[in-house]
Every structure is written in structure tokens, then in C-alpha cells.
Design a protein around this ligand. Structure first.
Ligand SMILES: [Zn+2]
Length: 313
């Protein structure tokens, strides 16, 4: 074998090995059309356009979870156009309720009526492209504080062809999002750069933590489902987020494909006040602990800035 051929085979082998080793990550974006400090239409359009262009650039499939209320009333038709842009970019769309209320704080019949309201908006929008509506994500990841509530709602979901979209990776992006909007809207590029940097550092830390925690819990590396929000911050950092995922051997896959990982068959029978992500739920089922002692917290100054700006916690 020539030296060149040996070299080429070695490269092919390492390329193969890295593909075989890489885990999948499904990107999911909550609170469509956008989550922002401002209701300004051009700002929302810019966020949406940049997010979709970034996802396309990285060949990343994503699923967006729509707050139905935003598609009606003030700005409703512009917001509907943004959600259609997600659909027409080939991204998945899911139901995130109409009013973004918590199942833990709403009678189940009212909650179902609220979800049905968004169903009536979203289903025809997808059907126009021959696509079904199949994903639901609970606001605040609150899945019911009693088993009775949980089961009542989940049987409604199943009867209407829905699957619950779990979360196994999250970076508290919402804590950084409003301070970032504030900096962008004030044209304060120094603050915007500082927040972007803090956000990416924090994300790098939490991605490493979740991968390690999942490995500790399952003894292998499962595909992850990443909860993000449809924000200007994510639109402006998508290239850097992609690098962080790549460095962690996480390659983008669809939500459907991520959920084919057998980990997502682990029972989750939690009923209680916490809006936990699914590693915590599985840890409960498996009677194991996650290494919370080493969990990276977002920087205190940004948390304080967010508390000042978030008038709708
Ligand atoms: Zn939400």
C-alpha cells in the first residue's frame, strides 16, 4: 500500500469512527413566533430569518413550539407568517398551548381546551403542506402535579395523535435572552458582546455537564433533545452554538430520530410541582442521583438583569 493510500485510509477510518461515535442532538425552539423584550415586527422578522438561515447553514433540523395566542389578535397575521416561514423551511412545528399556562396551575379541562385552541390554528397550517401535527411541549415542562391530572391530559394527547417532546439538555437561554435584547435595542454593542460571550461560556459548560450526567446515569451516551427559545440571542450565536455541539460530538438530528434512542422509553411517572427535564425524571425512575453539585449556574449579574427586565415571569 502506498504511503498516500495508507494516509487516505487512515483519514477515512477516523472520519467513520467519529461519525459512528457521534451522538445526535435534536434542536427544539420554544415560544414561537419569537421570545423577545419587544413586540416590534421587524425585530421578530430579523430573529426568525437569522435563526432559519443559521439552521439551514448547519444542516440542522429543528422543531419549533408555537404559542397559539401569538397568532391571533395584535400582530397575529405577521406572527402567522413567521410560523409559516419555519414550516416552509422544512422545520417541525409543535403545540405549546394557546396561553402558555402551566398544567400544574390550570384545571385539566381548561388546559385541554387551551391546547385544542392552538390545535385548531396549527393543524390546518401543517395540513396545507401534507404534514401532521404530532408534537406537544408543556410550558415550564410542568406535566401535572398529580398522577390523575397527568394521565387525564396524556390520554387526551394520545387520542389526538400527539407525542410529548421531552428535554434532556437545556442551557437557561431565557435568562440571557432579555438582557441581550435590551443591549441590542439600546445599540450597546459592548454589553451585547459581553452577554453573548457569557451565554456561550455557560452553554459550553452545561452541554459538557449534561453529557457527563447522561453517561453517568445510563452508562452510555444517548441522543439529546436540546431546549432553546426562538430568540435574537440564539439567532446571533447559532454558528458558535453549532461549534460547541460539534466539539461535544453532538450532531444535529430530527426530534423524531432522537426519540428513537431507547432512553426515551424509560418510564416517567413523576407527578409533582417541579418542571424537570427528563434526565431528572429518569434518575427518579432508576433510583439514581445526578451530579447536581457540579451543575453550572448562569452568571449572577445576568440573572439579576433578567429579573429586572422580565415583567412576566
Ligand atoms: Zn414556553
Amino acid at each position: 500500500m502506498s504511503r498516500l493510500l495508507v494516509f487516505a485510509s487512515a483519514i477515512a477510518f477516523f472520519a467513520f469512527a467519529s461519525v459512528a461515535r457521534a451522538e445526535g442532538v435534536a434542536l427544539t425552539f420554544d415560544d414561537l413566533p419569537t421570545m423577545a423584550l419587544t413586540g416590534d415586527a421587524p425585530y421578530a422578522l430579523k430573529t426568525t430569518t437569522a435563526l432559519l438561515a443559521g439552521l439551514r447553514r448547519h444542516g440542522a433540523p429543528a422543531t419549533g413550539f408555537v404559542i397559539g395566542e401569538r397568532l391571533e389578535g395584535d400582530g397575529g397575521s405577521e406572527h402567522t407568517r413567521l410560523v409559516k416561514a419555519w414550516r416552509d423551511a422544512g422545520m417541525g412545528l409543535g403545540n405549546h398551548t394557546y396561553s402558555h399556562d402551566s398544567l400544574n396551575k390550570t384545571p385539566v379541562a381548561d388546559y385541554i381546551a387551551d391546547v385544542e385552541h392552538t390545535d385548531r390554528i396549527l393543524r390546518p397550517l401543517l395540513a396545507a403542506r401534507g404534514r401532521p401535527l404530532q408534537w406537544f411541549r408543556h410550558p415550564f415542562l410542568e406535566t401535572g402535579d398529580t398522577l390523575e391530572t397527568r394521565r387525564a391530559f396524556e390520554s387526551w394527547l394520545a387520542a389526538h395523535g400527539y407525542r410529548v417532546a421531552p428535554v434532556t439538555l437545556e442551557n437557561s437561554d431565557y435568562v440571557f435572552a432579555l438582557p441581550y435584547d435590551d443591549a441590542v435595542l439600546r445599540n450597546d454593542t459592548v454589553a451585547a458582546t459581553r452577554i453573548r460571550r457569557a451565554y456561550l461560556d455557560h452553554t459550553a459548560n452545561v452541554v459538557a455537564w449534561y453529557r457527563a450526567a447522561a453517561f453517568q446515569l445510563l452508562g452510555r451516551r444517548p441522543s439529546l433533545v436540546f431546549l432553546l427559545h426562538a430568540t435574537r440571542l440564539n439567532a446571533d450565536t447559532l454558528d458558535d452554538l453549532a461549534v460547541i455541539l460539534q466539539r461535544n460530538d453532538l450532531h444535529p438530528i430530527s426530534l423524531d430520530r432522537a426519540m428513537k434512542d431507547p432512553a426515551y422509553k424509560i418510564a416517567d411517572t413523576y407527578a409533582g410541582p417541579d418542571g424537570d427535564e427528563w434526565l431528572s425524571r429518569w434518575a427518579r425512575t432508576l433510583h439514581k442521583d445526578l451530579p447536581w453539585g457540579s451543575f453550572p449556574e448562569p452568571p449572577a449579574d445576568i440573572v439579576a438583569e433578567n429579573d429586572r427586565l422580565d415583567t412576566n415571569p
